[in-house]
Design a binder for this molecule. Structure first.
Ligand code: UD1
Length: 415
């Protein structure tokens, strides 16, 4: 099995090209189920999770062509079942539920089941679809959903913010009869990107990017071309790579306005950020200060940046506290970082990090996507060699991670 070997201690310097966002591409690909016409997506990263989504959509009947960074989806739905074997690999598979129901009035989707970062139920997706007229039964580990008279508009108030539920209902509502309102909707940039694509396909949507979205259903959607926004989590991760190594990196194509609290937190920790037309510079000139962060829905500090920021704080001056409010059990990186010499004490939803002058290389194990990249960051800053095993987690969401870092002077290779 592949491992990543890092010899730490090199300040990174150079340019990193930011890829298209994984978490935008996943729902955008499922929009291929909403029309028989061709949907063409550009700026599509080469990632294992997107290959999994393509596999899922292909078995629903879509034909999918990839040419470099362009992905084209089209064709008719021939099968409305999303099988356990694919869904268990990736929770985002649940995003086919809304489009399948809206389009064919039936869907059978495996329940995503447990996951390394907490229980992650899908009740908000199901309740929202029920409010729109779906009849849902849970049977043998599957969600059996039908909409005998089609989906209709509804007023849906989410009890808390869910990115996936907002996306699923947005897509379903685009083809429902009448008007749907989503209150307390997620405001993540990926939601605005999804809405922009749906609008290009003929949907009538207002308010995406705010917590109140109104969708007036249309009878059919048509093909379109859509350019996927740059990945804000990849951007934030490489910003932390510059910061943790005391380096200076230009993040090309990065969009600062999609980073929310990540930018203010980096600045507060002493990192210099300089915006340019096509990206921004991240530069650690002086010391790094420990600061506190709490994960929140956008524009708050993203849970998907929590592990990387904790790696950064482990070498900051003074103490910091990281509080995780979105997912339970998302501190699996803590024992691994501690094996590298970090001083982190996690109790409940908070972790206290006492900064150390340096980390030391060690063999460590990746447990999930963002945890694994936090170990890469720690390895880049550590004295000596770090080997990271189970790197398939990394390949789910980071494109060419070794090449991008090596081009900035990191000593990193896959073995
Ligand atoms: C998406 C992102 C993921 C990110 C997360 C939070 C994708 C493919 N994944 O995941 O990387 O970490 O947003 O920003 O875009 N919840 C329920 N019931 C539901 C739905 C969610 O209780 O029906 C809970 C979850 O367990 C979690 C919280 O709500 O505690 C937020 O989850 P949600 O925003 O739905 O995350 P995902 O869409 O799964």
């Amino acid at each position: 099995m592949d491992r990543i070997l890092i010899t730490g201690g090199q300040p990174l310097s150079g340019t990193i090209q930011i890829s298209g966002a994984k978490n935008a591409a996943l729902p955008l690909m499922t929009c291929g189920l909403l029309t028989d016409d061709r949907l063409t997506l550009t700026n599509v990263a080469k990632l294992a999770d997107l290959a999994t989504m393509a596999e899922l959509l292909a078995q629903h009947g879509l034909d999918i062509f990839r040419d470099g960074r362009t992905l084209s989806l089209g064709g008719r739905i021939t099968n409305t079942e999303a099988p356990y074997d694919i869904v268990r690999k990736m929770r985002a598979s649940i995003l086919v539920l809304g489009p399948l129901l809206a389009r064919t009035r039936e869907a059978r989707v495996s329940l995503p089941g447990g996951c390394a970062i907490g229980t992650r139920p899908v009740d908000l997706h199901l309740k929202g679809l029920e409010a729109m007229g779906a009849v849902i039964k849970l049977d043998g580990g599957y969600i059996d959903a039908t909409a005998p008279t089609g989906l209709h508009g509804a007023n849906i108030v989410f009890p808390f913010v869910s990115v996936g539920a907002t996306e699923n209902l947005l897509m379903a509502a685009a083809l429902a009869t009448g008007v749907t309102t989503l209150k307390n909707a997620a405001r993540e940039p990926e939601i605005s990107d999804l809405a922009a694509c749906l609008i290009a396909m003929g949907a009538k949507i207002e308010g995406a990017g705010t917590d109140s979205i109104t969708i007036e259903g249309v009878k059919t959607l048509h093909g379109a071309q859509h350019d996927i926004l740059p990945d804000r989590i990849e951007t934030g991760t490489y910003a932390c790579a510059a910061a943790i190594t005391g380096g200076r990196i230009f993040l090309q194509n990065a969009r600062i306005e999609t980073l929310g609290a990540v930018i203010t937190s980096l600045a507060e920790a002493g990192i210099e950020i300089t915006e340019q037309d096509n990206g921004f510079w991240v530069n650690r000139k002086n010391g790094l200060h420990g600061i506190d962060v709490t994960t929140e829905p956008f524009p708050g500090f993203p849970t998907d940046m929590q592990a990387q920021f904790m790696a950064l704080m482990s070498v900051a001056e003074g103490a910091s506290m990281v509080t995780e409010t979105i997912f339970e059990n998302r501190f699996m990186h803590v024992p691994e970082l501690n094996r590298m010499g970090a001083r982190i004490n996690a109790v409940g939803a908070s972790a206290i990090i006492r900064g150390v002058p340096h980390l030391s290389g060690a063999p460590v194990m990746a447990t999930d996507l963002r945890a694994s990249v936090s170990l890469v960051l720690a390895g880049l800053a550590a004295k000596g060699e770090t080997t990271i095993s189970r790197v398939y987690h990394l390949d789910r969401g980071y494109e060419s991670v070794e090449q991008k870092l090596a081009a900035c002077g990191a000593k990193i290779e896959r073995i």
